[in-house]
Design a protein around this ligand. Structure first.
Ligand SMILES: [Zn+2]
Length: 303
């Protein structure tokens, strides 16, 4: 199990030897943030020009086949340090951070982002205090061809704080966001994993829930965002966000109505990342609600 100091030391040693990453972490101090109330959740909008590569990533088969995979060890910059976090997985400092602690955990082998890896549980256990998250190949992953997860401090994610408040940690099992007694812009599933047999069932339910597939079931593994974390009482918890689309319609519009927003787990977790200043200045609460309703499942649609 890694302490917060272990992680801080890893990031510091990385930034000491890699100028690009150092510049990008220094630039985080200038990143602008404003909060917008969307129903019963306060969503942060972060203007982060460094994320343009990820937000605008072309993930069609042709574009992916024409570029070198930037998560494969042979193609990574020689400065990038490796922390062996678990069997088969390498932990890296994300050189294009959204938060001051932002790690990428990549499979040692080149294989597609096909479904939530069970190892997310071991990795969350290794990283107490951090939220380990997974973007399905059609739900925000900018490298859908190479299996990976990311990790940030759990305090950074508004949806985690909201979930911990409305799904108490003695209430083991699954709780749906529709049972929170709140008005929320999209549907998700929360799990508190008991340390026994019933916890295993909860976990299996979580790992097997996916996005909206063509037959109307929540089992498409490519259309899902998940967070796994150990809470302050030491229990394993998760949030599963089934998705129905990769990007909102405004991403594809021309002119004034165009918005460069491409939601992954962090955006669904309540921090919308925008690389362009004009989107940062102008995004409204109604637009954010609409974006969420286009890429995820609304509570109205469940009735
Ligand atoms: Zn690769």
């Amino acid at each position: 199990m890694l302490s917060h100091d272990d992680i801080k030391d890893f990031i510091e040693s990385q930034l000491a030897v890699w100028d690009l990453a150092k510049r990008n972490y220094d630039a985080l101090a200038q990143v602008k943030r404003r909060n917008v109330v969307v129903d019963d959740i306060v969503v942060g909008i972060q203007w982060n020009p460094g994320r343009i590569g990820s937000t605008g990533a072309k993930i069609d088969v042709k574009s992916i086949s024409e570029r070198l995979c930037f998560l494969c060890r042979d193609n990574r910059p020689k400065e990038q340090l490796i922390f062996p976090i678990a069997m088969g997985w390498e932990m890296l400092v994300n050189p294009f951070p959204v938060f001051p602690v932002h790690l990428t955990i990549v499979s040692e082998t080149h294989r597609p982002q096909s479904s939530v890896p069970e190892d997310i549980v071991n990795i969350a256990t290794e990283l107490p205090g951090m939220a380990v998250f997974f973007n399905g190949a059609h739900a925000g992953a900018s490298a859908p061809d190479h299996m990976h997860m990311q990790a940030v401090l759990k305090e950074e994610i508004p949806l985690i704080a909201l979930t911990e408040r409305h799904h108490g940690n003695s209430d083991f099992g699954i709780k749906l966001s529709s049972q929170f007694g709140l008005k929320l812009p999209f549907f998700f599933i929360s799990g508190v994993v008991a340390p026994d047999e019933s916890g295993l069932k909860t976990l299996v339910t979580g790992l097997n829930t996916g996005g909206l597939s063509n037959n109307g079931e929540l089992n498409d593994p490519l259309l899902v965002n998940t967070f796994f974390w150990i809470d302050n009482s030491g229990l394993l918890r998760f949030i599963i966000i089934p998705r129905k689309a990769h990007r909102p319609s405004c991403y594809y519009l021309d002119g004034e109505k165009n918005r460069m927003v491409s939601p992954g787990s962090i955006d669904m977790g309540g921090i919308i990342i925008v690389p362009r200043e004009k989107d940062f200045e102008s995004l409204t609460s109604d637009e954010i609600r609409h974006i969420y309703s286009e890429v995820a499942i609304t509570h109205d649609s469940l009735i």
